[in-house]
Design a protein around this ligand. Structure first.
Ligand code: PMP
Length: 447
């Protein structure tokens, strides 16, 4: 049996159609912004693996740092009063970069576990403060926050909410702030206020004494690269503050350079949330690492002299603060700083967006949106959603035939290239995507 056959037999892929006969594409190696499949085909990877390989592939400095730490200390427990140096060094360095007083880190091994840990912290926090009824969580339609039970219960994408079971008693959805889908004739400002007021109404409907937190991605990623209207995050944070609702900013995609800054909450959207969750880019995808980052003020209220009697923080993982994952993140931070990666993104990102916007000239393109190196092209050829999805899927196939990997989601082509892309790569991505949309229009008769 060939490799693809063995994969089909033995592996259950995340977000895969278990009824499909299609074989997986096997990616065997990568160098820079390119990956190579098992048949030797070369692809420009416009999705950084999965929003994560910020430095591109085959980075030998990263490999060396990981190898060095493996030899020095491959693992030690972080439980109780045990630790190892890389996690301490990483938390200290990150504290200098995080917004406001977000100085306290709980390391995890993924984005889902970062979100899960953040929510469990929030529940523990309100229990300690004697407000055990404050447990409800508000999330947004089209959000993506992970695949563990509680984190998955905060996913608002339609396709993520079928067949599985979810926590239902303490989670509540509010609408997403997608300006592209706003009611006809409504101004962006009024649309923003509409969504902010919906959040307020939701808090009041549940009861402010019961709502623990609101969770939001700065720019919604997998749900369709939804950039909120200006002022949306500030206004939603103000509403949260008014009702003592904690604000969790899920920066699993947006932190560590994708938007040209270390953290998007403060530097792009001007807010200092109570909690930030990160993963993916923190180690440039070279090691599985995530973190929930808490405001010092929150932690101070439940620790030290303020700790509740007999309380015990039973939240964390064998691999929290794993020395090898933290060594990878430390090396990534060093490279980011040395190579002025955020400056590079602030130069190449707007160029990429500008070039992508030219695709709006194609009749099949309904919207192009995003910021810096986080973008999406929405295909709209019909009023029928299924036809739009079929169209985008065919675009994706054409892209692969032409040597480009994009990420299809419903009728969207999602793009999140490695941060090291140069303008020539941005041109290649836009050219191939444009050609593929044109070929699909011809083939499916939409020209
Ligand atoms: N939050 C956001 C915003 C994400 O985009 C993702 C993953 N795409 C997650 C959480 C979950 O991360 P992971 O897949 O590492 O568990």
């Amino acid at each position: 049996m060939n490799l693809a056959g063995k994969d089909k037999k033995h592996i259950i892929h995340p977000w895969s159609n278990l009824g499909s006969d299609a074989e997986s594409m096997i990616i065997e190696s990568g160098k820079g912004v390119h990956v190579f499949d098992s048949e030797g085909n070369k692809f420009l990877d416009s999705i950084s693996g999965m929003w994560c390989v910020n430095l591109g592939y085959g980075n030998e400095e990263m490999a060396q740092a990981i190898a060095d730490q493996c030899v020095k200390l491959a693992y030690y427990t972080p439980f109780g009063a045990m630790t190892s140096p890389p996690s301490i060094q990483l938390a200290t360095e990150l504290s200098a970069l995080t917004p406001g007083d977000l100085n306290c880190f709980q390391f995890t091994n993924s984005g889902s576990t970062a979100v899960e840990s953040a929510i469990r912290f929030v529940h523990y926090y309100f229990n300690c403060l004697g407000q055990p009824e404050k447990k409800h969580i508000i999330y947004r339609e089209n959000a993506y926050h992970g695949s563990t039970y509680l984190a998955a219960s905060l996913n608002g994408k339609r396709c993520d909410r079928s067949y599985f079971d979810y926590v239902t008693d303490i989670v509540h959805a509010t609408s997403d702030p997608n300006p592209f889908k706003r009611p006809q004739g409504m101004s962006i400002e009024d649309f923003c206020d509409l969504r902010v007021n919906e959040l307020r109404d939701k808090i009041l409907e549940i009861g402010p004494d019961k709502v623990a937190c609101f969770i939001a991605e700065p720019i919604m990623g997998s749900g369709g690269v939804i950039v909120p209207p200006p002022g949306y995050h500030k206004k939603t944070l103000d509403v949260c503050r008014e009702y003592d609702v904690l604000y969790i900013s899920d920066e699993v995609v947006t932190a560590f350079g994708r938007l040209g800054h270390y953290f998007a909450s403060e530097e792009v959207f001007g807010i200092v949330p109570d909690i930030i969750t990160v993963a993916k880019g923190i180690s440039s995808g070279y090691q599985p690492l995530g973190a929930a980052i808490f405001s010092q003020k929150l932690v101070d209220r439940i620790s030290g002299d303020s700790a509740s009697e007999n309380s015990y923080y039973t939240n964390g993982f064998t691999y929290s603060g794993h020395p090898v994952t933290c060594a990878a993140a430390l090396k990534y931070l060093e490279i980011m700083k040395r190579d002025k990666l955020t400056d590079h993104v602030l130069e190449v990102g707007p160029y990429f967006m500008e070039r992508l916007e030219t695709l709006m000239e194609l009749p099949a393109v309904g919207d192009v949106r995003g910021r810096c190196l986080m973008a999406c092209v929405e295909c709209v050829v019909s009023d029928n959603e299924d036809e739009n999805i079929a169209f985008a899927q065919r675009v994706d196939e054409f892209c692969q035939e032409k040597g480009l990997i994009v990420r299809p989601y419903e009728n969207l082509c999602i793009l999140s290239p490695p941060l090291i892309i140069e303008k020539k790569h941005a041109d290649q991505i836009v050219d191939i995507l444009g050609d593929s949309i044109a070929s699909t229009m011809d083939e499916m008769g939409y020209s």
